[in-house]
Design a protein around this ligand. Sequence first.
Ligand code: UD1
Ligand code: CA
Length: 454
Amino acid sequence: MKTGCIILAGGAGKRMKSERPKVLAEVLCKPMLGWVLDAVGGFPFDGVAVVTGYRADLTDAYVMSRGESIVTYLQKEQKGTGDAVKSAEQMIRAMDCVCVLNGDAPFIDSDTIKASLEYHLEKKADVTVITAEISDPTGYGRIIRSDGEFSAIREQKDCSPEEAEISEVNSGAYWFDAARLMSMLPRLSTNNAAGEYYLTDCIELTKKCAAFKSANPEIVLGANTRKALYELNTIARNNIIEQHMANGVSFVALDGIVIGKDVKIGCDTTVMPNTVILGNTEIGCGCNIGANCHIENCKIADNVTLDNVQAYDSVIEENVKIGPFAQLRPGSVIRTGVKIGNFVEIKNSDIGMNTCAAHLTYIGDSDVGRGVNFGCGSITANYDGINKYRTKIGDHAFIGSNTNLIAPVEVGANATTAAGSTVTKNVPENALFVERGTTRVKENWEKNFKRKKK
Ligand code: UD1
Ligand code: CA
């Protein structure tokens, strides 16, 4: 049996008041469509399609960026969910069973997709709707049952006052028999309050419809407005933090803590307030992260302490201490035992084991050996206004305070640069490099200077 998945992502989401398609609105800094695609990735579909429409260029670019084999179909005009599914006709024809998902309901999960297919097959249904009971059903399509039998989905706009009381709602996720779906789509009409082709009208076109009630009501939650989006963020944030607690991560207080959906954290790590951890970040065991850290796409090993650190696309090995007030820009590798102190910025550099940059240092495009010491205020001048060059520093070199290393330049192992030097030539191993003007001290200068001026 071949199964396909069609994700509806063409709507503008006018109520979101955005210039971007609604499905790209983010929950914990990841587009809602990304959440749905993650769930879809956990089920062995034979084909996955995304229906695009409003600002299809942006949706296409996001889908492409995931590097998965997903096809997109353009729905030229947004004439409703029924019409959107029709745009993916090619996919439907190639499959036996088709799962349709809303791109704006991020909490669907692969277990629900799997369990609902089993139910759909067991019931030999033409269409199975995934439903849930929620406390505030406003805005969702209601599940109508006559004599206990599921018979229709009524949209909010079309509900009678009694129907509006129903708390079982349509999640916007369905399984269809592909051939039956093909025969139903041309029969949908726009005879409703919104004047759209409702996919939900398929229910009334067949007696063989089933409703799979999910045990987890969150799977239905969607966002049509910024307020609803904020509510989804709140739910996701709490769920994720609770999951980390279950895995052995400590939180002293949750204020300002945001952890993205794909972040992994080891046991006995503590995350302190105002810390945001996003992207594909992995953090080891026994770390102290925060307060006030922002970490994106970093690999952090065990026993690392980060205090008021910003770190992007970087690797930090074990037993490293960074902060307060330090920044790791993309491409930095911080080796075991390194210490980085306040007002230090590192970019695209490899910092060797046990090296120390305790204060006010900029290290860019550099390869630094082990046990190097950077004095206060030392910097690499890696950019001449046109090109960027690398700096190489050998093991146990001592970079004196306020040294300027003008790249490309090399400092050999065990070499020392005198404080205040501007290094424009390679320094051999074990050498002392000094570059200073002649020192002059003029005695009684102030008195003489003033007399001349008079
Ligand atoms: C839809 C369901 C409703 C359900 C709810 C769950 C219908 C008619 N109603 O309502 O029963 O409770 O989802 O969240 O299906 N889209 C397109 N092209 C279009 C219109 C929409 O691709 O022409 C996409 C949207 O981008 C969105 C999804 O389809 O991702 C759902 O559309 P939306 O307008 O949000 O439907 P709801 O009013 O939420
Ligand atoms: Ca919606």
